[in-house]
Design a protein around this ligand. Structure first.
Ligand SMILES: NC(=O)c1ccc[n+]([C@@H]2O[C@H](COP(=O)([O-])OP(=O)(O)OC[C@H]3O[C@@H](n4cnc5c(N)ncnc54)[C@H](OP(=O)(O)O)[C@@H]3O)[C@@H](O)[C@H]2O)c1
Length: 254
């Protein structure tokens, strides 16, 4: 397919690479960030612009990969022929935000944590939706070309619900890593020594449910150990609060 990508951040970069690998042609990168757009255009041997009014009108699909709060503004400025397919990449934004842009609109949501620096591209499940059959079919086809079997249709409600779960398992977990890394640094420990544990904990839940997989002092109600940990954390009030909250949650979730 011939595709125009609007945006030049994490999702624009990774989806663009996936599209190229999937054999699609990127006609143009459109972004207010002229230097990021021209860097991507160079990588994909295509053109770029930072003027949305100069958008290429010949693509089959227009992918809007900008910050959630900017999708509405982009939609109000975007002038493409009415029959073109336009989709944004946000889980938490309704597809209807694009209803005035074209008669064919939808969503192309990659359920993965994406960073523009990625060159080794991970598996990216795609959750798509469209306002009509043509849009839905085309976005599904595009999704299959980059994600093979991990492609599912998801309406606005299910995407939003999925997003909450995604934030918990990915962003919150990563925040805990970040706090633990800072704690390790201050205590003269090497955070990297925890990597085998992190890997094992993540891999285990492929086979058993996270609830079954839970170990540690909280689930065992090892009161003395819990006390010692809290004592050690008295100089880390933020971490101590989270420790208490999660300990209580683990003990309630039996
Ligand atoms: N990253 C992920 O893991 C992920 C996964 C799934 C879905 N998504 C969704 O994909 C979308 C893009 O996320 P991202 O991670 O790629 O974000 P990002 O890396 O922060 O990039 C955002 C892009 O939007 C542009 N932008 C921001 N505000 C703008 C405005 N007011 N007007 C015009 N352009 C604006 C930015 O331009 P500047 O460079 O000039 O700021 C940049 O090109 C979001 O809807 C997000 O919810 C993200």
């Amino acid at each position: 397919m011939d595709i125009v990508i609007i945006g030049s951040g994490n999702v624009a970069s990774v989806l663009g690479r996936k599209f190229k690998t999937g054999g699609h042609r990127i006609l143009q990168v459109v972004s207010r960030n002229a230097s990021a757009a021209s860097k991507l255009a160079y990588e994909w041997d295509t053109e770029s612009t930072n003027y949305i009014s100069l958008i290429n009108k010949n693509a089959e699909v227009y992918i809007i990969a900008v910050a959630d709060d900017a999708i509405g503004d982009i939609a109000s400025e975007l002038a493409i022929p009415a029959k073109k397919i336009v989709a944004h990449t946000a889980a938490a934004v309704s597809k209807d935000i694009l209803r005035k842009v074209s008669s064919h609109y939808g969503v192309f949501y990659p359920l993965q944590s994406l960073r523009k620096e990625m060159t080794l591209l991970p598996d990216i499940p795609i959750f798509f939706d469209g306002n009509d059959e043509k849009t839905t079919k085309t976005l599904e086809q595009l999704a299959h070309s980059i994600a093979r079997e991990k492609v599912l249709r998801a309406d606005d409600d299910s995407r939003l619900k999925l997003h909450v779960a995604a934030v918990i398992v990915s962003n919150f977990t990563n925040h805990l890593y970040s706090l633990a890394e800072e704690y390790c640094r201050k205590e003269g420990l090497d955070f990297k020594q925890l990597l085998p544990l992190i890997e094992e904990t993540a891999l285990r839940i492929k086979d058993i449910s996270p609830q079954q997989a839970q170990t540690g002092p909280a689930i065992r109600h090892d009161k003395e150990t819990l006390e010692k940990h809290l004592q050690l954390l008295k100089n880390y009030p933020q971490l101590k609060n989270i420790y208490l909250l999660l300990t209580e949650s683990i003990q309630q979730n039996k």
